[in-house]
Design a protein around this ligand. Structure first.
Ligand code: ZN
Ligand code: ZN
Length: 231
């Protein structure tokens, strides 16, 4: 163990983790910062970016692969959490983030609606999975499944090919970049299943749309997506 890592391990034994937002030693997301996390109340239709009271895709915007899209929080508040979650503190942040999603679902009175859904997640490219050692959206889906008692589809989507990171691409390029990127195991029967697809942050929604298309090709009846925030 490097001296730094040793020091950190020792410090964490003696003191609770520092809050990733304010730095106070009161847990990885301290009660004060947790209390200030705002629940997003305004939902949009991802196909046209116009308001939709419950996140459902407008009838006029169909056919769209996604039947609905929900965003739980504000990007400015969620982004630092997701950054810490992805790059260093996944094992500590998955529970508070899953609890935040559960609170959103309860406030939006959507928990009953989603009880007829299977939870799944966007798979990472094999390169990213190797580099990071875990898929943050998978951990989040497992946690949420545990606390919201929603069944999870563990091996739902697979990566068919690695894609360029979406960050530097425009909207059209993003759609092209992820085309054909996902697959579903041929043994998996999704006929008439409803799927709730989880991811951390969505931008244009190109990845979520491509995942939804893939799930529908495999027979899924309805596909909704849920993200922590939209950037
Ligand atoms: Zn704090
Ligand atoms: Zn619309």
């Amino acid at each position: 163990m490097k001296p730094n890592a040793l020091l950190r391990a020792g410090t964490e034994l003696l003191f609770p983790a520092a809050c990733v937002i304010c730095g106070s030693f009161a847990g990885v997301l301290c009660p004060v910062c947790r209390q200030f996390l705002q629940i997003e109340k305004k939902q949009i239709c991802l196909a046209c970016n116009q308001p939709s009271p419950n996140g459902a895709t407008h009838p006029d915007c169909r056919p769209s692969a996604l039947d609905g899209f929900l965003c739980c929080g504000k990007f400015s508040q969620i982004q630092p959490l997701v950054h810490a979650y992805k790059y260093e503190r996944a094992s500590e942040l998955d529970l508070p983030l899953a609890e935040f999603i559960l609170e959103f679902l309860k406030r939006a009175e959507l928990l009953d609606f989603f009880s007829a859904f299977l939870l799944t997640f966007v798979p990472l490219s094999s390169f990213r999975q190797r580099e990071r050692g875990y898929n943050q959206s998978e951990l989040l889906a497992q946690r949420l499944s545990g606390i919201a008692l929603l069944p999870i589809l563990e091996k739902g989507l697979t990566r068919q090919m690695d894609t360029k990171p979406q960050v530097k691409l425009g909207k059209e390029e993003r759609t092209v970049n992820v085309r054909g990127a996902f697959g579903v195991d041929s043994k998996l029967d999704l006929k008439d299943k409803n799927i709730l697809l989880l991811d951390d942050i969505a931008t244009t929604g190109a990845t979520l749309n491509e995942c939804a298309k893939t799930l529908k090709r495999a027979g899924a009846k309805a596909v909704w997506a849920l993200v922590l925030a939209r950037g």
